[in-house]
Design a binder for this molecule. Structure first.
Ligand code: UTP
Length: 280
């Protein structure tokens, strides 16, 4: 039902400098696959087939990654190395890829607004590739949310419980618990102090948004850190209509931070890479 997924990938990735000086953060590999490919695979698994990217200067490696590479294909055709391209070939065969540019980094809300013409007037997923989500034996987080959308037909944010001393890193929600793990949002604060935080339920980088969000963002003034915050636009949407918050199944790694990135690498190496190398 939801065909489009948006990947805002225009950020500078300053926490990974100097690695991100000339290379996009989203191209950092967790074992041998770049973060952005995990994100696209999650969207495809969730039933989406039209991928839209908001890129910026210095991000052309992402555009190239989702294109055919004649030289490489010709070079390794018929050799044992072809298997290394299997996963990206599968991705390229399963979706279309469109790109637009955010000229100035004015925040996630602004990045999403930049994609208005790519998205049009339909509901869409949003994945922040630096939040790597794994659900070992079940449906991925975007697939879980797409299923919920069929039921509620409103914007949905993925949330997780975080320790109180971490709330300042996230958008934090409060809401009425509808059933286990599902809340109807009535408050939302971007990067609150511990005393400002309405709960310890933090928004992670997975959203389903209804297209009326574009008009709301357009009228949303810059908020925390002078950036146009998607949290502020979602709060208006929640108050005027409905936004759900969903405690997802699975594990999320904050690959925008060094610690989270190393954790994700260890997890994927142990649980995916070594298993795939086992004989038979
Ligand atoms: P972050 O603030 O985590 O990413 O934004 P960053 O700015 O790249 O990282 P640091 O803090 O400098 O290390 C969350 C997501 O929103 C995108 C980023 O690419 C990232 O995926 N983003 C953020 C944009 O696309 N545009 C913006 O103006 C801001």
């Amino acid at each position: 039902m939801i065909k489009k997924c948006l990947f805002p990938v225009a950020g500078y990735g300053t926490r990974f400098l100097p690695a991100t000086k000339a290379m996009p953060k989203e191209m950092l590999p967790v074992v041998s696959k770049p973060l952005v490919q995990y994100a696209v695979e999650e969207a495809i698994e969730g039933g989406m087939s039209e991928m839209a990217f908001v890129t910026g200067r210095g991000k052309s490696a992402i555009t190239d990654h989702f294109d055919f590479s004649y030289e490489l294909e010709t070079q390794i055709r018929g050799t044992g190395k072809e298997e290394y391209l299997a996963s990206i070939r599968q991705v390229l065969d399963s979706a279309t890829f469109s790109f637009t540019r955010q000229r100035e980094m004015k925040g996630l809300g602004h990045a999403i607004y930049t994609a208005k013409t790519l998205i049009g007037s339909e509901p869409f997923g949003v994945i922040l590739a630096d939040d790597l989500c794994m659900n070992a034996n079940g449906v991925g987080v975007m697939g879980q949310m797409a299923k919920l959308y069929k039921q509620f037909r409103c914007s949905i944010v993925a949330i997780m419980e975080v320790p109180q001393d971490q709330v300042h890193k996230y958008g934090v929600i409060a809401g009425e618990c509808m059933k286990e793990g599902l809340f109807r949002v009535d408050d939302m604060v971007e990067k609150p102090t511990q005393s400002e935080a309405p709960s310890n339920l933090a928004i992670i980088g997975r959203y389903i948004l209804t297209p009326d969000i574009f008009d709301i963002i357009k009228d949303t003034p810059p908020g925390k850190n002078g950036e146009v915050q998607i949290t502020d636009a979602l709060l208006k949407q929640a108050r005027d209509g409905c936004v759900m918050a969903y405690k997802f199944q699975g594990t999320r790694f904050d690959c925008g931070s060094i610690d989270g990135f190393v954790e994700a690498t260890n997890y994927v190496y142990q649980n995916i890479y070594l298993k795939s190398e086992e004989p038979g």
